[in-house]
Design a protein around this ligand. Structure first.
Ligand code: SAH
Ligand code: DHB
Ligand code: MG
Length: 222
């Protein structure tokens, strides 16, 4: 990435929000610690973002959730906790080390019965899935974002919500450099959505402890 904007005030406000709105949670703390101890990259959603995902999935009344990009399962736990007792979440991950760390974190959270983990590049596992899903979180390699979005629409029903992480990238998405394949992937996804009459979407820019980025939220209309 060309630059990484950081502002201590953004981090302070996230800490303030966490103190007041996000109760201490030993299971989520343990998931973060285990991910760090295993050497996973520190790129999971923040606590405020994780709770935001959880609230969106609850608003949606989601019973079947699909996640593309598990890492250590931090966002998985937030999302799976939004499910009713008979709800199910499928999460896709290409890296077997990440999958194992996530498996232990999900087990510690008591969510193994609701979560199905699939190993392999998502472009290989997505064609094996049976939809429809009610809520889909796209958070894997950004290069393939347009394909993941297309697959998500295929695995959706009218009313399905699709949330995509990291769609702003310090603003780089507006004019991606040639070597910035992540931003180019997000840009390609946005261009495809522009031509897709089956979805309606917007992007919300975000700041916080992860810097300056954004979420795209889409709804499948028919
Ligand atoms: N959703 C997680 C963070 C995911 S980080 C959280 O917020 O807690 C992105 C993950 O996508 C990494 O674990 C990476 O290994 C995985 N990934 C990268 N390329 C992939 C691919 N082609 N198929 C599936 N997963 C992929
Ligand atoms: C980064 C952040 C993410 O949320 C992600 O999914 C991938 C990479 C990053 O900051 O590099
Ligand atoms: Mg992300």
């Amino acid at each position: 990435m060309p630059l990484k904007l950081r502002n201590p005030r953004w981090t302070k406000v996230d800490a303030y929000v966490e103190d007041r709105l996000i109760p201490p949670d030993p299971i989520l703390d343990a998931a973060r610690k285990a991910s760090e101890a295993a050497g996973l990259p520190d790129i999971a959603v923040s606590p405020a973002q994780g709770k935001f995902l959880h609230l969106l999935a609850r608003m949606q009344g989601a019973r079947r959730i699909l996640e593309i990009g598990t890492l250590g399962g931090y966002s998985t736990i937030w999302l799976a906790r939004a499910l009713p007792p008979d709800g199910r979440l499928v999460t896709l991950e290409a890296d077997p080390t990440h999958l194992k760390v996530a498996r232990d974190n999900i087990a510690r959270a008591g969510l193994s019965h609701r979560v199905e983990q699939r190993l392999g590049p998502a472009l290989e596992t997505l064609p094996q899935l049976t939809g429809p899903f009610d809520f889909i979180f796209i958070d894997a390699d950004k290069e393939n974002a347009a394909s993941y979005f297309e697959w998500s629409v295929r695995l959706a029903h009218p009313g399905t919500a699709i949330l995509v992480d990291n769609v702003v990238r310090d603003g780089a998405v507006v004019k991606p450099r040639n070597d910035d394949t992540s931003s180019r992937g997000i840009h390609a996804m946005n261009e495809a959505i522009r031509r897709n009459s089956r979805v309606t979407a917007t992007t919300l820019q975000t700041v916080g402890r992860k810097g300056y980025d954004g979420f795209m939220l889409a709804i499948v209309t028919d």
